[in-house]
Structure formats: structure tokens, C-alpha cells
Design a binder for this molecule. Structure first.
Ligand code: NDP
Ligand code: 2IT
Length: 445
């Protein structure tokens, strides 16, 4: 790492102790940014990096609610409004027991660059709670969401901060959150949340967008080697929103998707994942992957273990951060991996990224490859602002153009900085320069 940047990085780490994922995200971005500061000393003079690493606002709040047995439960809520240079703060809410400030800050920091890469007018933010929706009834989830919004509403708004979904937050939760926001504010402010239902201000393609976009980005990487998804053997991790829609799109493009996972284990299905059954089990019944395997002849379920043991030519990690380490990366490379597109945020450890890059694997980092979700959220905001709703075909076409555009921006930036094919460098520099220019123009804020 450039010595000037390393000194700044060390100060940031010392000011934010115990936030390992935030430290990791910062270090990865800083490693790419030396050459930009050689060309733009004005960014150093204006302390752009120091300012970028300090969120504009961080909100932490108590979320009290009662469970179905009438017992009081307490969770912690977060919203980190990281950077508004390009537009209102934009980013998802994550409900998962592992959520703490360091997770929300790493996600919010990544979101700044991701949102910049989309070319849409959105700043970066993230939020969530350590609430675990697993095993909770709809009524409990509703009471939790209502309590969460009873504090959050005062901080968000169409022109201020626009949350959406992430792990544990899908259409059901966005519905409860929107209902409570509307009730408290007495405003039908469609643009305050994205990922809404179609009949009340949502956008077609938003549910599919992250998974579809990851596959479109990966297809663009494959094209640079004269390849496509046709005939590839694909392994996907996770079996939630991003994973399911990545599987569907990869299959539509002619790939054989032979494995996916959840936090309990993984399924190998050599005949190809049955997407209709998977949707039934996971989206309708909110069941486990084990249930899929029991109902699908020929599929086998492996309790525990790593889905990255299954050999693949294309890997799409779509579960969570640091789910793919250096050893798993080395196994994938030995087994013939050609390309990897990150549907999740920071699923590959820094060791894993190094293994892929050394081996010449096409590696699409999350802030580029999974940007289709937030980009389509921005399309939802456009439709809300104009009180319009677009067709599936039109919206998917916009998504495809955006993903092809992001690929182009990353690839051409990597070329410009003398490291062709390095999408990590391209994404970090491409996103950073846009935000840094806007921050310079807006004065010391
Ligand atoms: P979902 O809640 O729909 O699905 C999450 C999936 O990942 C589940 O299969 C879950 O398994 C698995 N998972 C979650 N946490 C862990 C863990 N600690 N260890 C192992 N497996 C885990 O979330 P999404 O599909 O929306 O999100 C997946 C990833 O994609 C996240 O990294 C998210 O930040 C990222 N992302 C999401 C976007 C979106 O639009 N939703 C946009 C861009 C990125 P289990 O059910 O067993 O917990
Ligand atoms: O990580 C992400 O980009 C998301 N969870 C989606 C954010 C959004 O505002 O749609």
C-alpha cells in the first residue's frame, strides 16, 4: 500500500477499534488508490480519504417489541448515513444476529463506491439490526418492524435517506416498514423505501435485480475471454434472494447450476437446480435447503461443509461476507475455475482475492458485480418520482445497460491505470474518483 495512504488507513483503524469487517473493506479500497493520488494530489490536500472514512451520521437505537408469548424483547437498530456527495443516502437494511456497528459500516462504506459506479444519483448508507427473523411469526416480524420504524422514520425520507432490503429483509419486511412510516408521517411517500410490492409503488425486476445483475456482469467478464455462460458448470452459495435469481439467470443463459447452500449445509444437484422447487421451499414456505433435497430425487444434501468443495467453472458467492477463504479459493482454482462474480458483499477474504488474481481467474468484486440491486432501486425511485410504472422488459433492459456500463467502467479504468483485467482496481478507482470529485466541488463538508 502507498505509504501516504497507509498512514491515513492506520489512523482510521485506530479510531474505529474492533470493527474487523470495516477495517477489511477500508484496507482493500486503499490498496487500489495509490495511483489516483499520484495523479490527483488535490484529493490528499482536501483530506478526501479521511472524510470518506468518517460517516456523515451514525444512528444507533433501542428497538423494544413483544414476542408472541407477550415477553419483552430488545434489539439494537442501526443506520449509518455514510456519504451524500452524489445523492440521498441509499442502501439496504440487514436483519441478522451477527449485525453490529462494524458490519453496518463495512456495508455502508462499500455502498458509497457501488452506488457511484451505477452512474445513478445516490449516496451511500446502510442499516439493520441484530434481530433474527428466523423462526419468528409474521406477527412478531411486524411488531419488530413497526418498532424499528418508530425510531428510524425521523432520519429517512425521499430526499434524505432511502433504505431497502438486504439479508433478512425482503418484501414482507419492507411492507411492514412502509406501512408504519406512512402511518407516523401521514404521507404516501413512495420514494422513502425501495423493494416495495408492485401494487404499492414497487418496481418490476427489483426482486430479481441483484442476482440477474451479477450474472450479467459475469457474462461480460466471460466475453473478454471469448466465453459465455453457455455450457458453464456453476456453483452458487446461499439460497436467498440474490442466490435464487442468480441461479435462474445463469440457467436462462445456458449454464448448468449444480450446487447452492444455506448456513446449515449445501445441496449438489447434478441434473441442475430445480428453480421452481427451490422458490417454493425458500420463498413460499420459508423452509431450509434440506427440505429441497428431501423432495428432489437425485439431489444430495451435505450437512455443514463448504459448497466450494464442488468443482465449477464459474462461482457466484451470494450468501455473506468472508464466506470464501484462501483455502477454498485454492481448491476452486485447482478444480478449473474460470470466473467468479460476487453477488454478496465482500464474500471473498483478502487471501481469496489474492489467490484468484494470481491464478488469472476473472474476478468481479461485489461493489461492481452486485450493483444491479441498488441500481434497480434507483429505477424504482425514478418511477416513484414520476408516478409511473415501467414494464418488466423495459426495466430489465435498463438493468442490463447499467451492468454492461459498470463492466465497461471497471475494465476501462483498469486499462487506464495500467492493470488490464483487474476489476478490483477498476471498481475501486472508478467509484472513488466520482465521489472525490463531487466532494471537492461541494467544499469542506
Ligand atoms: P437473504 O436473506 O435473502 O439470503 C441470505 C442467504 O445467505 C441465505 O441462504 C442464508 O442462509 C445465507 N447466509 C446468510 N448469512 C449467512 C452466514 N452468516 N453464514 C452462511 N450463510 C449465510 O439475503 P440476500 O440474498 O438479499 O443477500 C445475500 C448477500 O447479497 C448479502 O451479502 C447481501 O449483502 C448481498 N446483497 C443483497 C442485495 C439485495 O438486493 N438483496 C443487493 C446487493 C448485495 P440461512 O437462511 O441459513 O441464513
Ligand atoms: O447491498 C446492496 O446493494 C443492497 N442490499 C441493496 C441496496 C438498495 O438500496 O437497493
Amino acid at each position: 500500500m502507498d505509504a501516504r495512504l497507509e498512514a491515513i488507513r492506520d489512523t482510521v483503524l485506530a479510531r474505529n477499534p474492533g470493527e474487523a469487517e470495516f477495517h477489511q473493506a477500508i484496507t482493500e479500497v486503499f490498496e487500489s488508490l495509490g495511483p489516483v493520488h499520484d495523479r490527483h494530489p488535490e484529493f490528499l490536500e482536501a483530506a478526501i480519504l479521511e472524510r470518506l472514512c468518517e460517516p456523515e451520521r451514525q444512528i444507533i437505537f433501542r428497538v423494544p417489541w413483544t414476542d408472541d408469548a407477550g415477553r419483552v424483547q430488545i434489539n439494537r437498530g442501526f443506520r449509518v448515513e455514510f456519504n451524500s456527495a452524489l445523492g440521498p443516502y441509499k442502501g439496504g437494511l440487514r436483519f441478522h444476529p451477527s449485525v453490529y456497528l462494524g458490519i453496518v459500516k463495512f456495508l455502508g462504506f462499500e455502498q458509497i463506491f457501488k452506488n457511484a459506479l451505477t452512474g445513478m444519483p445516490i449516496g451511500g448508507g446502510k442499516g439493520g439490526s441484530d434481530f433474527d427473523p428466523r423462526g419468528r411469526s409474521d406477527a412478531e416480524v411486524m411488531r419488530f418492524c413497526q418498532s424499528f420504524m418508530t425510531e428510524l422514520y425521523r432520519h429517512i425520507g425521499e430526499y434524505t435517506d432511502v433504505p431497502a432490503g438486504d439479508i433478512g429483509v425482503g418484501g414482507r419486511e419492507i411492507g411492514y416498514l412502509f406501512g408504519q412510516y406512512k402511518r407516523i408521517t401521514n404521507r404516501y411517500e413512495s420514494g422513502v423505501l425501495t423493494g416495495k410490492g408492485i401494487s404499492w409503488g414497487g418496481s418490476l425486476v427489483r426482486p430479481e435485480a441483484t442476482g440477474f445483475g451479477t450474472v450479467i456482469f459475469t457474462q461480460e467478464m466471460l466475453k473478454t475471454r471469448g466465453a459465455s455462460f453457455e455450457g458453464q458448470r456453476v456453483v452458487v452459495s446461499g439460497s436467498g434472494n440474490v442466490a435464487i435469481n442468480a441461479i435462474a439467470k445463469a440457467q436462462a443463459l445456458g449454464a448448468a447450476v449444480v450446487a447452492c447452500s444455506d448456513s446449515s449445509g449445501y445441496v449438489v444437484d447434478e441434473a441442475g437446480i430445480d428453480i421452481a422447487l427451490l422458490r417454493d421451499v425458500k420463498e413460499v414456505e420459508r423452509g431450509r435447503l434440506k427440505d429441497y433435497a428431501e423432495r428432489r430425487g437425485g439431489a444430495s444434501y451435505v450437512e455443514g461443509g463448504s459448497v466450494w468443495d464442488v468443482n465449477a467453472t464459474v462461482a457466484l458467492p451470494c450468501a455473506t461476507q468472508n464466506e470464501l477463504d484462501g483455502d477454498a479459493a485454492a481448491r476452486l482454482v485447482r478444480n478449473g475455475l474460470l470466473a467468479l462474480g460476487e453477488g454478496a458483499n465482500m464474500p471473498s477474504t483478502r487471501d481469496a482475492v489474492a489467490v484468484f488474481q494470481e491464478a488469472g481467474v476473472l474476478f468481479g468484486p461485489g461493489k461492481a458485480a452486485n450493483a444491479g440491486g441498488v441500481a434497480t432501486s434507483a429505477l424504482e425511485m425514478q418511477q416513484n418520482a414520476s408516478r409511473d410504472s415501467w414494464s418488466f422488459e423495459h426495466t430489465e433492459e435498463r438493468l442490463t445497460d447499467i451492468m454492461v456500463g459498470i463492466h465497461h467502467r471497471c475494465a476501462s479504468t483498469a486499462d487506464e491505470y495500467g492493470d488490464p483485467g483487474n476489476y478490483v482496481l477498476g471498481a475501486n478507482i472508478g467509484g472513488f474518483v466520482k465521489v472525490a470529485d463531487a466532494m471537492l466541488a461541494q467544499g469542506l463538508i
